[in-house]
Design a protein around this ligand. Structure first.
Ligand SMILES: [Zn+2]
Length: 420
């Protein structure tokens, strides 16, 4: 199905694609390397060995051993003739949860393309980038077919604590490489009914006064880019944001909120007939979108071959027959704790194209969604007493704000606040 989407998008994108990463031809070539069914752990190890020998641009090393003694492989793609210090360094982690195979599959397809393609793209890209990837962060869980590692620990709740050999080994590798961005790849269970698990999503660092300005600017600009590409290739996407105070036990929050590195959690939705190539395609597009963003951010255009990176051109406004309209509606939702949460329902109508809808609470962005209809569940227990402003903003594909709708929502003052 993705290939059909790619073909449909080809002409539309040809005039506007800002980078090699999103060149349809390159994406199609990488996507063609995705198998229809997940590889076993031993097949993954065999492929990694093959890629290590296939090209001087790809090297394989073991970071250490899992709880049950399996190697934790790190594969690095870069041109060793140029200094790592001068490169844009990206660190990808896949499969902290042993059953979530789409991120592993996408990572392997990308590395295989970089090792084996006869095109000029790998050499051009890896002159400027160092891409390090742990394709299977949890070998024990991958082999056993379960979420946790050999000690029954959920590795993506172990960051900051570092009680497990897997998180310790990966942490040391990331500290050593000082990446410009960290990407952590996961999959969402089909059966989970949580509203935020209803569709593919990316989670990254939100805009907060108590965080470094450049960190927030980078994560938010990158998430806008990713929305653009997901929409172009027909992948529904929500983007959620993290703020100081959120648990650091999750990998991307540890590196983002604690260590100040732009970090991204990518989750592909499973079930509903979504094939492995479709789910892995989501991860591939997220990785390439971030590579593309980093390239534009860190490389002066004069240093880059035109085939590799060009500057994004704003899109012309699409022909619109029925003007786009945006509505916002607040729905109280009982949450079972004698408390009421709030569903923020947004809807875009009309026949035109748009980029995404942003949901803000008191001016702080909580969600970007590429979907016409979305229901975002707001935890009101974290809001102080008084009047709050909840707004939805409709953005065009080039990021221009087209419309804003706002509602107010009162939270009763607590006894303490009334006494003040
Ligand atoms: Zn996961």
């Amino acid at each position: 199905m993705l290939i059909i989407v790619l073909l449909v998008c080809f002409l539309w994108n040809a005039a506007t694609a800002p980078a090699w990463a999103t060149s349809d031809d390159t994406l199609r070539q990488i996507h063609a390397l995705i198998p229809s069914h997940a590889r076993s752990y031993s097949q993954i190890c065999q492929l990694l060995g093959q890629l290590d020998h296939a090209s001087s641009l790809v090297t394989l090393e073991s970071l250490g051993q899992s709880y049950q003694g399996h190697p934790i492989w790190l594969v690095t793609a870069t041109d060793p003739n140029y200094s790592s210090d001068e490169k844009i360094r990206l660190f990808i982690i896949a499969r902290q949860h042993g059953t979530e195979c789409a991120g592993t599959t996408a990572t392997l397809a990308l590395v295989q393309y970089l090792a084996e393609s006869s095109s000029t793209v790998p050499a051009q890209l890896l002159r400027y980038f160092e891409i390090s990837a742990v394709p299977v962060a949890n070998p024990d869980g991958c082999i056993a077919g379960r979420r946790t590692n050999g000690q029954y620990v959920d590795l993506n709740r172990d960051w900051g604590k570092f009680t497990q050999p897997e998180t310790q080994a990966i942490r040391a590798a990331i500290l050593h490489r000082r990446p410009h961005a960290v990407i952590d790849l996961h999959e969402l269970p089909e059966a989970n009914r949580k509203l935020s698990y209803s569709e593919n999503f990316i989670e990254t660092i939100g805009n907060s006064d108590s965080l470094p300005k450049l960190l927030c600017a980078n994560t938010i600009a990158a998430s806008h880019d990713i929305c653009y590409w997901m929409k172009a290739y027909g992948y529904p996407l929500n983007v959620y944001y993290d703020y100081p105070g959120d648990s650091l036990a999750l990998c991307h929050r540890y590196w983002g909120l604690n260590q100040g590195i732009p970090s991204f959690l990518c989750e592909s939705k499973t079930g509903g007939g979504r094939s492995l190539p479709e789910r892995a395609g989501f991860h591939l597009l997220a990785i390439l979108g971030i590579i593309n963003y980093l390239g534009r951010q860190h490389l002066a255009p004069t240093r880059v071959g035109s085939e590799v990176m060009t500057t994004s051109q704003p899109l012309p406004p699409p022909p619109t027959e029925i003007p786009l309209t945006l509505t916002i509606r607040l729905e109280p939702v009982a949450n079972g704790d004698n408390n009421t949460d709030l569903a923020v329902c947004t809807q875009v109508e009309g026949s035109g194209q748009f980029g995404f809808v942003a949901v803000k609470v008191d001016g702080t962005t909580k969600l970007l969604t590429t979907q016409r209809t979305e229901r975002y569940l707001l935890d009101t227990s974290r809001l102080s007493g008084g009047q709050h402003y909840i707004s939805a903003e409709l953005h065009s594909k080039s990021g221009t704000r087209l419309a804003t709708q706002q509602e107010t929502f009162p939270i009763p003052l607590s006894d303490i606040q009334v006494a003040k």
